[in-house]
Each structure stands twice: as structure tokens, then as C-alpha cells.
Design a protein around this ligand. Structure first.
Ligand code: FES
Length: 151
């Protein structure tokens, strides 16, 4: 599933659906958190309380996991989600310029990440869950324009 592209507010029913689907799994907290983020694009603070109650955990335990893993967003996304690799291989061939370019262009949620497993084809980005390699600023503009058209 692609990440949500718009700011979805806290939706207790959507969170309840995710919990119902995944609570039977071994160690259900991480799968539930991933599912909530897939459904809403982020993990609203209200969802942490709902998840804690459903999984018989403390709210602090859930909050701790959400804040520990940078993957989990604590704020809603705006537009397509673009992840730009800032690890060594990408950094040496222009990742920072891509990051700045994307932030200046606006219209998407830009997130730095550390290695997308495409080091031999740096610089790499992930747009709406799809990897792209050897990305130039011009190619990035094209990808963002395509993503905007798909909204
Ligand atoms: S360093 Fe960027 S994909 Fe590995």
C-alpha cells in the first residue's frame, strides 16, 4: 500500500480496523503502528492511547516506540512522501543538493533516510514507496510532477 498523500486526521475507526487485523500477530505493536501509518500517513497521538488500551500496554510504551523509530511520523504528511537518502554513498554524489531542492520546491513531505539499499546507483530517493536511483534535480522535478498528477 502507498503511504497516504494527504493529512488524514485521527480516525478512531481506521485505527480500530488496523488493530483488529493485526492484534493476533506475535508482537503486534509494530505491525499495528505500521498499519496505522499506512492508513493515515502518520501516527496521531490519540492513536497511541487507543493502541495501548487495545493491546494492554501503557501509553508510555507505545509512545516510546513511536518516538524511537524515526520511520513513524508524529505529524501528518502534506502531499507525496519523498525520502532522500543521506547516507555516505548518496551524500558524496549530491544527496544534499537533492534534499535542499526538494524542500525548496515544496508540495511534498521530505524526509531524510539513511540508505535505501541502492548505494551502487546513488543518489537514491524513495517517492511514495517507490525507489528511484541516479536521481538528478531535473529527474526529481519530473518525478514530483508525476506524483502531483496522480493525486
Ligand atoms: S547510501 Fe544511499 S542508498 Fe545506500
Amino acid at each position: 500500500m502507498h503511504p497516504a498523500t494527504t493529512a488524514a486526521p485521527y480516525d478512531a475507526e481506521a485505527v480500530a480496523r488496523v488493530i483488529a487485523e493485526r492484534r493476533h500477530l506475535d508482537g503486534p505493536l509494530m505491525p499495528v503502528l505500521h498499519g496505522v501509518q499506512e492508513a493515515l500517513g502518520w501516527v496521531p497521538p490519540e492513536a497511541a492511547g487507543q493502541i495501548a488500551q487495545a493491546l494492554n500496554l501503557s501509553r508510555a510504551e507505545v509512545h516510546g516506540v513511536v518516538t524511537y523509530y524515526h520511520h513513524f511520523r508524529q505529524h501528518p504528511v502534506h502531499g507525496p512522501v519523498l525520502q532522500v537518502c543521506r547516507a555516505e554513498s548518496c551524500r558524496t554524489v549530491g544527496a544534499e543538493a537533492l534534499l535542499q531542492h526538494a524542500r525548496a520546491a515544496g508540495g511534498c513531505t521530505v524526509e531524510p533516510v539513511y540508505c535505501l539499499g541502492l548505494c551502487a546507483l546513488s543518489p537514491a530517493v524513495m517517492l511514495q514507496g517507490r525507489p528511484h536511483a541516479k536521481v538528478t534535480t531535473q529527474r526529481l522535478d519530473e518525478l514530483l510532477a508525476e506524483a502531483a498528477e496522480l493525486k
